[in-house]
Design a protein around this ligand. Structure first.
Ligand SMILES: C[S@@+](CC[C@H](N)C(=O)[O-])C[C@H]1O[C@@H](n2cnc3c(N)ncnc32)[C@H](O)[C@@H]1O
Length: 285
């Protein structure tokens, strides 16, 4: 028999006390999972090994289960101390100007995506994630709030979206969930997707604090968080070509990184679009 993880032994019982089981049941029953996932799923998408080979937060099957999707918001509200809304609001407050085309990478259940749409109601907002289950919850939440957001099933490091299409690309709580090499590839992809002068904003765990608390990362079963903690977001943004880079702490355990794609960029192999109205995808293979 497999040994129980620290999460299963200690945290699951605590979270079971905190979580409102009836609320979860009614959320889960309110969604036709097969129908929603079939609608959202890109059948050609191949899940990378780093994603489907791991349990995240002690949930077998990682994010590719309805139970991961249904419990995510309930658990996250306790994990993002001192207050989830205050922390997410920092991302919104750091946006400069009025972006018109926003892409939220690794959007999960859409909590930050929805805040972005509420803050910039005239913008076209897209949330992209690898889990159709997480996207189904995101869609459900946005519909309930009466918000028009497009949900895409895809890989943040290879979106197959047209280059230079967005003026804001965000990622919240994504990078501690991916190997460092993938986080760097996602930043590179964000750079490709941004118009010159566009901004990238990354909200995640505070790398410096996480380096000092390795025990915490074992408890929460985050397979890649130590790689993330050893890295440096400012450096990763710099290597990708971003400028005016800064990372500031957000409360005790989070940080917000910001970078801008320079106006004068050397165009290498970017496939650009002639009109910002062009919503077609392009296969960059
Ligand atoms: C911790 S959740 C964060 C969700 C959301 N952004 C938030 O702030 O609550 C991480 C999300 O990233 C997604 N994810 C992980 N690797 C990904 C990748 N390579 N491309 C797209 N999504 C990814 C997972 O499916 C999951 O929904």
């Amino acid at each position: 028999m497999e040994e129980e993880t620290i999460w299963q032994r200690f945290l699951q019982p605590i979270f079971s006390l905190l979580i409102d089981e009836n609320k979860l049941k009614s959320l889960s029953n309110g969604i036709n999972w097969k129908q929603e996932c079939d609608l959202l799923k890109d059948e050609n998408l191949v899940y990378p090994d780093y994603y489907q080979s791991q349990n995240f937060h002690g949930i077998a099957g990682g994010y590719l289960t309805s139970s991961a999707a249904v419990t995510y918001d309930e658990i996250t509200q306790y994990v993002l101390a001192p207050n989830e809304t205050w922390i997410r609001q920092e991302l919104i407050n750091s946006v400069q100007g009025q972006p018109q085309k926003i892409l939220d990478l690794g959007c999960g259940t859409g909590s930050s995506t929805i805040l972005l749409k509420q803050a910039f109601p005239n913008a076209e907002v897209i949330g992209l994630d690898l889990s159709p289950f997480m996207l189904a919850i995101a869609k459900h939440k946005a519909n309930r709030a009466g918000l028009k957001i497009k949900w895409l099933h895809g890989l943040a490091e290879k979106t197959n979206l047209l280059a230079e299409r967005f003026d804001l690309v965000t990622a919240s709580l994504l990078f501690h969930e991916t190997p460092a090499s993938i986080s760097k590839a996602i930043i590179k992809e964000a750079y490709r997707l941004l118009t010159p002068g566009g901004q990238a904003i990354i909200l995640d765990g505070n790398q410096e604090s996480l380096r000092q608390t390795p025990w915490l990362t074992n408890v929460f079963e985050e397979p890649y968080i130590q790689e993330y903690a050893q890295g440096n977001l400012d450096g990763w943004l710099g290597v990708a070509g971003f400028e005016v880079i800064r990372t500031n702490p957000v409360w005790w355990m989070n940080q917000l990184s910001w970078g801008i794609k320079p106006i004068l960029v050397e165009r290498k192999n970017f496939q650009t679009i002639s009109s910002l109205q062009d919503l077609e995808f392009v296969n960059l293979n």
